[in-house]
Design a binder for this molecule. Structure first.
Ligand SMILES: *[C@@H]1O[C@H](CO)[C@@H](O)[C@H](O)[C@H]1NC(C)=O
Ligand SMILES: *[C@@H]1O[C@H](CO)[C@@H](O)[C@H](O)[C@H]1NC(C)=O
Ligand SMILES: *[C@@H]1O[C@H](CO)[C@@H](O)[C@H](O)[C@H]1NC(C)=O
Ligand SMILES: *[C@@H]1O[C@H](CO)[C@@H](O)[C@H](O)[C@H]1NC(C)=O
Ligand SMILES: *[C@@H]1O[C@H](CO)[C@@H](O)[C@H](O)[C@H]1NC(C)=O
Ligand SMILES: *[C@@H]1O[C@H](CO)[C@@H](O)[C@H](O)[C@H]1NC(C)=O
Ligand SMILES: *[C@@H]1O[C@H](CO)[C@@H](O)[C@H](O)[C@H]1NC(C)=O
Ligand SMILES: *[C@@H]1O[C@H](CO)[C@@H](O)[C@H](O)[C@H]1NC(C)=O
Ligand SMILES: *[C@@H]1O[C@H](CO)[C@@H](O)[C@H](O)[C@H]1NC(C)=O
Ligand SMILES: *[C@@H]1O[C@H](CO)[C@@H](O)[C@H](O)[C@H]1NC(C)=O
Ligand SMILES: *[C@@H]1O[C@H](CO)[C@@H](O)[C@H](O)[C@H]1NC(C)=O
Ligand SMILES: *[C@@H]1O[C@H](CO)[C@@H](O)[C@H](O)[C@H]1NC(C)=O
Length: 405
């Protein structure tokens, strides 16, 4: 009797405890796409195998891993990997190579992204040893085609992506929207400088995003930070060829858009068509404020520092959204254009622009460089070429109050 009671007690109380430990131990399951029928031969379409493997990974509680193994070449034609997941964290280990087909072989129904992640929280992608080849050359001629993005993240909070190598996207390489708390590290992006609209990383409607220690060579903005974004940092980015690191464009089609709290630090621009850029369209409203570009090295960059409130039109008198509290500090190196600093603001002007510790010379030895300012207010210290900004006559807060009314 005593024994039976002890036995029942053990059965009744100990197993749940063991059970929890046991499940924690087995929860980090690995799902290999090969086990779902992926061929990995670079010829047969592996899209369905990836989606099936994703479904099981996503359905598993705990911290499962989706494995794309080394030595395989996996042809995908456009897949959507959707959440929400039961998993608290989904890990993806990309050790093999993913390739996109030529233009005509993409799935006709999903052509907007090679791989879309949506509504997945706690996603962590490690691309060590792997790569993604976008095979974009067949798309680049067709500017008006709805060209796909390679990696798209939407509604993904707590995202980590590291050690990714992405080449030759048909259009933008990575797009991020409606995400909060994401870190991208050691991302390598390569496309030709003359491939149209191949942005490196586009961010919109997102918050607390860090992009660090990455190399971006492409045919458009290395990083573009667009409407609805705040607390976006880019550090240790080697950009070029490309169109620089841009805020915007903002306010196109007379829209209301905002960007604030952006820190771009310790980045280089090599043979880019722009460096640190803010572009806003005439007729738009909203603001771009509290933006800092700091510790920037320039090698033959065109338009190293540029605020353009007449983008893309050159010829407008309409007012654009408010640009204020923008700091350019610690710029070094060479400009490929005579005009090294361009602050082209529309009325009533840009406010609290700070230029400090800037030394830009021409990439052609002996040639002078200049600064051009329109309606820019703020302070200039230790800056070559010299700029004369008007000191603020209206405080930004005054402008915000006015525009908020
Ligand atoms: C499961 O994964 C988590 C996070 O990756 C890790 O901390 C934990 O040790 C793993 N558990 C086992 C049993 O491997
Ligand atoms: C979560 O787990 C339950 C129970 O196993 C399952 O029915 C459901 O499909 C899973 N949800 C997802 C999103 O995979
Ligand atoms: C990539 O595109 C080239 C032509 O542009 C084509 O020959 C090749 O087969 C494509 N690769 C794949 C995996 O489809
Ligand atoms: C950076 O990512 C590449 C893959 O793109 C990888 O080979 C390399 O080891 C990574 N570097 C570090 C320091 O992790
Ligand atoms: C990226 O992958 C391509 C093959 O697709 C390879 O040629 C290149 O060396 C890789 N780059 C890095 C930085 O690992
Ligand atoms: C983002 O991180 C912050 C700080 O850790 C946290 O307070 C916030 O809840 C996170 N946001 C989301 C959507 O997870
Ligand atoms: C600069 O970029 C252009 C366009 O990609 C390219 O043709 C040119 O060779 C590059 N020049 C240098 C010096 O890297
Ligand atoms: C961005 O940099 C600022 C200033 O260094 C820092 O306060 C902030 O926490 C950083 N944010 C992210 C998301 O890395
Ligand atoms: C600047 O970025 C480069 C490239 O990622 C990195 O190696 C270096 O340590 C960074 N320097 C500082 C001071 O953060
Ligand atoms: C934005 O910049 C202004 C002026 O430099 C500063 O007073 C304010 O504190 C900044 N806002 C934040 C949230 O840092
Ligand atoms: C600017 O050049 C000086 C002298 O060559 C160097 O010490 C400093 O680190 C450079 N700063 C940047 C931001 O590149
Ligand atoms: C530029 O503005 C002038 C004067 O307002 C106008 O005559 C001209 O048509 C405009 N050009 C363009 C390309 O909009």
């Amino acid at each position: 009797m005593q024994r039976l009671i002890t036995c029942l007690l053990i059965l009744g109380f100990v197993p749940p405890c063991l059970c929890v430990r046991w499940s924690v131990r087995t929860q980090n399951k690995t799902y290999n796409v090969i086990d779902y029928g992926a061929h990995g031969d670079g010829k047969l379409d592996d899209s369905r195998a990836f989606v099936s493997a994703w479904k099981d990974t996503c359905a598993t509680q705990g911290r499962p891993t989706l494995l794309i193994p080394q030595n395989g070449v996996f042809l995908l034609k456009g897949i959507a990997l959707n959440g929400p997941c039961n998993a608290t964290n989904v890990n993806i280990k990309l050790q093999g190579k993913i390739v996109a087909p030529t233009k005509d072989e993409w799935l006709k129904v999903i052509t907007s992204n090679l791989i879309l992640f949506s509504n997945v929280n706690g996603l962590s992608i490690d691309g060590s040893g792997g790569s993604i080849e976008g095979n974009g050359s067949s798309w680049w001629q067709c500017i008006s085609c709805g060209r796909p993005t390679i990696l798209r993240f939407k509604f993904c909070n707590d995202l980590t992506a590291r050690n990714l190598n992405i080449t030759n996207s048909p259009k933008a390489h990575i797009r991020i929207n409606n995400c909060e708390n994401a870190t991208f590290s050691n991302i390598s992006i390569h496309s030709p400088g003359d491939s149209a609209n191949t942005d490196g990383i586009d961010i919109f409607t997102s918050k607390n995003i860090l992009i660090q220690d990455s190399t971006i060579h492409c045919g458009d903005d290395c990083i573009a930070i667009s409407g609805g974004s705040s607390h976006i940092n880019a550090t240790g980015i080697a950009c070029g060829p490309g169109h620089g690191i841009s805020i915007g464009s903002l306010g196109r089609d007379e829209s209301y858009e905002t960007v604030e709290e952006v820190y771009v630090k310790n980045c280089s621009f090599t043979n880019t068509t722009n460096g640190a850029r803010i572009k806003t369209a005439p007729g738009g409203s909203g603001y771009a404020r509290n933006i800092t570009f700091e510790d920037i090295t320039l090698m033959q960059a065109q338009n190293p520092i540029i605020i353009d409130q007449y983008y893309p039109k050159k010829n407008s008198t309409t007012k654009a959204l408010n640009v204020s509290d923008v700091t350019f500090r610690g710029f070094n190196g060479t400009s490929a254009t005579d005009e090294a600093i361009t602050l082209n603001c529309s009325l009533p002007g840009c406010f609290n622009i700070v230029l400090d510790d800037i030394d830009i010379v021409s990439s052609e030895s002996g040639k002078p460089v200049s600064c051009s300012c329109n309606n820019a207010h703020g302070t200039v210290t230790s800056t070559h070429p010299n700029c004369s900004l008007s000191s603020s006559i209206m405080s930004p807060s005054h402008i915000y109050k006015k525009s908020n009314m």
